[in-house]
Design a binder for this molecule. Structure first.
Ligand code: MG
Length: 377
């Protein structure tokens, strides 16, 4: 908060800040700057014990009931992955668990928290660089998927690992990479045997009439450290090949990969996020202009309905109508504003009142909603 705003709050009544105030809505902004009509964000609390936000869907809370309720194999049957009474589930080596594990519920854009751990005794098998605790967090699986790689990546040399069975890896396949696309920015991996955390924010690409209008993105915090910074996904992540982005369903299950390696998982929760294309409360340059205008008209109608008699030429009515046309300067709103303003100009109030009306008009003039000649002289 600026010093200016803090000082203003201290000396001015709250009513001064209501109404027309900041720059008006435009083609990609459904709301004015500092708009009191803009919906307030929903309250969310974070459990001090678990760190889980109150609006999260818990996909695994360490209980067998949670494991069985939320997870399945690719065909919808109970997964062959194993549950441990110590509060995690895990794969077995050599593909003995029969494939990946999938959530029963499907998701699109999301914030995801997931923790994993490698068993130090089952890491160095001399089977190749991608067989050292390989799994993966696939967003939007299984037909289509964007993989955030899971792999033992603490050790970066045979000398450090203390074993000749260490095999070097490639950067776009280590932990925290968007597999085959982008290596992590840094490597904050913990030692094998310690739990690792991913916090992922995923936005899928947005398609309209067969064309991509906004690329998807993946942001990853690995053990609290930023390793993927709004990475724009290039396509389905696969071994060896680049695949161009292709339109796919807007929801899919969360998929954890079985790569024949032992990996343990715990504490998994997800928060579905609104598509940036549809989220006009938090609209920005990616907002759809048509939907923005629809919402502006809805707001104009709601504000207009609150005016008891728009034909009465009071200062309050002129200011209220000025606010209405800041959302939709058209039709009945434009006519009512024009009539009220002309009538008020013919019989204005005292200097302070006129000043307050002109303040509202100034915002519209500044934003070219109305012209300079509308100001009351
Ligand atoms: Mg993998």
């Amino acid at each position: 908060m600026s010093k200016l705003f803090t000082a203003a709050v201290a000396v001015l009544p709250a009513a001064v800040f209501a109404g027309l105030y900041g720059d008006t809505p435009d083609a990609t902004h459904a709301w004015a700057v500092h708009d009191y009509n803009r919906p307030k964000p929903a309250k969310v609390s974070v459990c001090p014990k678990t760190g889980i936000p109150s609006d999260a869907i818990v996909l695994f809370d360490g209980t067998k009931a949670s494991f069985e309720k939320n997870w399945r194999d690719e065909k919808g049957n109970p997964s062959k992955w194993q549950f441990s009474d110590e509060g995690y589930f895990y794969t077995l080596p050599d593909w003995k668990n029969g494939g990946g594990i999938f959530t029963r519920e499907e998701f699109g854009d999301c914030q995801l928290h997931i923790e994993y751990r490698h068993d130090p005794k089952q890491l160095f098998t001399n089977k190749g660089p991608q067989m050292r605790g390989n799994s993966g967090v696939f967003l939007m699986g299984p037909q289509y998927g964007y993989e955030v790689q899971v792999l033992e990546s603490y050790y970066t040399s045979a000398e450090a690992a203390g074993t000749s069975e260490y095999v070097d890896n490639y950067a776009d396949g280590q932990a925290g990479s968007v597999y085959a696309e982008n290596p992590p920015l840094v490597n904050p991996a913990n030692k094998p045997g310690e739990w690792q955390k991913y916090d992922i924010v995923f936005h899928q690409p947005i398609w309209k009439d067969g064309k991509m209008v906004h690329p998807g993105s993946v942001t990853v915090l690995f053990n609290g450290v930023l390793v993927q910074d709004h990475w724009e996904v290039e396509g389905e992540t696969t071994h060896c090949k680049r695949r161009p982005c292709a339109e796919h369903p807007t929801k899919g299950p969360l998929h954890l990969q079985d790569h024949g390696c032992v990996v343990q998982f715990r504490n998994i929760w997800i928060r579905p996020l609104a598509s940036r294309w549809d989220n006009l409360t938090h609209s920005n340059m990616s907002a759809c202009p048509k939907k923005v205008m629809e919402l502006r008209r809805e707001t104009a109608a709601a504000l207009y309905a609150k005016i008891a008699d728009p034909k009465v030429a009071t200062a309050d009515n002129v200011k209220a109508l000025a606010e209405v046309i800041s959302y939709a300067n058209e039709g009945v709103y434009a006519e009512a504003f024009k009539a009220a303003l002309e009538a008020y100009k013919a019989k204005p109030g005292d200097a302070n009142e006129v000043k307050s009306v002109n303040s509202a008009l100034d915002v519209l003039i500044r934003n070219k909603v109305i012209c300079e000649s509308c100001r009351i002289r």
